[in-house]
Design a binder for this molecule. Structure first.
Ligand code: NAD
Ligand code: LMR
Length: 342
C-alpha cells in the first residue's frame, strides 16, 4: 500500500508539471549553436514538447554539458550532442526541423549588418550541411542579419539543387511577441488576446508592425502609433544596451523561437490552422524576400496572407515604401555573398 501511494504521488507530481510525459508524435529537431545564449534556453523549451522524439544539439564547443544536463529532464525526447564540423552530418541526418541560432550577437553601437562578416559564412556552411544531410527539413534561421542570412541560405540550397522556398524561414517571431506585449501594456488589454502582424524584415525600420491590423481591433492616436512602432523597431537595441556588452536578446528569443518550432511541428502533424509571421521568399511586394503572415502546413508554407498588406494606414504605407531600399540592399548583399563563394 505504501509503494502504491508513493507511485501515485510520483504520478501526481509529474501531472502537476505543465508538460505532457507521453510522446504524442515523433518529430526530430536539431539546434545548431545549441550551447549559446539563445541555444540553451531554446533547447530547454523544445525539450518540453511532447511532439518530439529526438533533440540533437550541435555547437563548436561546450555542447556536451548542455546535453547531459537537459537529458535528465523526464520529458519524452532523447537528447544527443554533436561537437564540431566532423559531427555535423550525423547531427542532421533524419531531422524534420533545423533551428539555427549560431553566430555572434551585437554589442552596443553595432547594427545587425555589422555581424554580416562573421555570421554570413557560419550560416552558409551550416545550411550547406543541411542541404547534404536533411534537405527536406524545415530550416529556421535566427542568426543575424536575418535580412541577409535567409537569402544566403536560399542561394546555398539552390546551388545544392534542393531549394524548397516553402521550407526556409527567417525567424521574426520575436518582433510579433514584442509588438503583442507592448500593445497590450499600452492599451491595457489581456495579453493572450492581442495579435499584431509584423511585416518587412528584421532590422531597424525594416521591422514594420501593422498596428492597424491588431486583433482585437484597437484604435490608436497618431502619437501612440509612432511611439509603439519605434519601440518595436528598437526593442532589440533596447536589450543590447541593457546587457551592456554581454550580448543581445536570448531568453525572449528562445521563447519566440520555441513558439515557431511548436507551430512548425503542429503544421507537420496536420493541424490546419497554423499561422506565423516569418521572413520568407515572397511575391507580396516587389522584393524577393519579405516577412508577412504565412499559413503553415505539412509541406511548409501553404499560403502567404496578402490581406495584411491591403488597406494599410497612410503611416504604414509610407513606412512600407521607406523600408524597401534598405531591405532590398540587405537581400542583395546576401545573394552576392553566396554567389561569390559558389
Ligand atoms: P551566443 O554567442 O551566445 O551563441 C552563439 C553560439 O553559436 C555559441 O555557442 C557559438 O559557439 C555558436 N557558434 C559559433 N559558430 C558556430 C558554428 N560555425 N557552428 C555552430 N555553432 C556556432 O549568441 P546568441 O545570443 O545565442 O545569438 C546568436 C545569434 O542570434 C546572433 O547572430 C544574434 O544576432 C541572433 N539573434 C537573432 C534574433 C532574431 O530575432 N532573429 C534575436 C536574437 C538574436
Ligand atoms: C533582436 O531583435 O533582439 C535580435 O535581432 C538581436 C539584436 O541584435 O537586436
Amino acid at each position: 500500500a505504501l509503494r502504491a501511494s508513493f507511485a501515485s504521488k510520483a504520478q501526481q507530481d509529474n501531472k502537476n508539471l505543465s508538460y505532457n510525459l507521453q510522446p504524442q508524435a515523433s518529430y526530430k529537431v536539431a539546434v545548431l549553436g545549441a550551447a549559446g545564449g539563445i541555444g540553451q534556453p531554446l533547447a530547454l523549451l523544445i525539450k518540453m514538447s511532447p511532439l518530439i522524439s529526438e533533440l540533437n544539439l550541435y555547437d563548436i564547443a561546450n555542447v556536451k554539458g548542455v546535453a547531459a544536463d537537459l537529458s535528465h529532464c523526464n520529458t519524452p525526447s532523447q537528447v544527443r550532442d554533436f561537437t564540431g564540423p566532423a559531427e555535423l552530418a550525423n547531427c542532421l541526418k533524419g531531422m524534420n526541423v533545423v533551428v539555427i541560432p549560431a553566430g555572434v550577437p551585437r554589442k552596443p553601437g553595432m547594427t545587425r549588418d555589422d555581424l554580416f562578416n562573421i555570421n554570413a559564412g557560419i550560416v552558409r556552411d551550416l545550411v550547406s550541411a543541411v542541404a547534404d544531410n536533411c534537405p527536406g527539413a524545415f530550416i529556421l534561421i535566427i542568426s543575424n542579419p536575418v535580412n541577409s542570412t535567409v537569402p544566403i541560405a536560399a542561394e546555398v540550397l539552390k546551388q545544392k539543387g534542393v531549394y524548397d522556398h516553402k521550407k526556409l524561414f527567417g525567424i521574426t517571431t520575436l518582433d510579433v511577441v514584442r509588438a503583442n506585449t507592448f500593445v497590450a501594456q499600452r492599451k491595457n488589454l489581456k495579453l493572450i488576446d492581442v495579435d499584431v502582424p509584423v511585416v518587412g524584415g528584421h532590422a531597424g525600420i525594416t521591422i514594420l508592425p501593422l498596428l492597424s491590423k491588431t486583433r482585437p481591433s484597437v484604435s490608436f492616436t497618431d502619437d501612440e502609433i509612432d511611439e509603439l512602432t519605434v519601440r518595436i523597431q528598437n526593442a532589440g537595441t533596447e536589450v543590447v544596451e541593457a546587457k551592456a556588452g554581454a550580448g543581445s536578446a536570448t531568453l525572449s528569443m528562445a521563447y519566440a523561437a520555441a513558439r515557431f518550432v511548436e507551430s512548425s511541428l503542429r503544421a507537420l502533424d496536420g493541424d490546419g490552422d497554423v499561422y506565423e509571421c516569418s521572413f520568407v521568399q515572397s511575391d507580396l511586394t516587389d522584393l524577393p524576400f519579405f516577412a508577412s503572415r504565412v499559413k503553415l502546413g505539412r509541406k511548409g508554407i501553404e499560403a502567404l496572407i496578402p490581406s495584411d498588406l491591403q488597406g494599410l494606414s497612410d503611416y504604414e504605407q509610407k513606412a512600407l515604401e521607406a523600408l524597401k531600399p534598405e531591405l532590398k540592399a540587405s537581400i542583395e548583399k546576401g545573394i552576392a555573398f553566396a554567389q561569390k563563394q559558389a
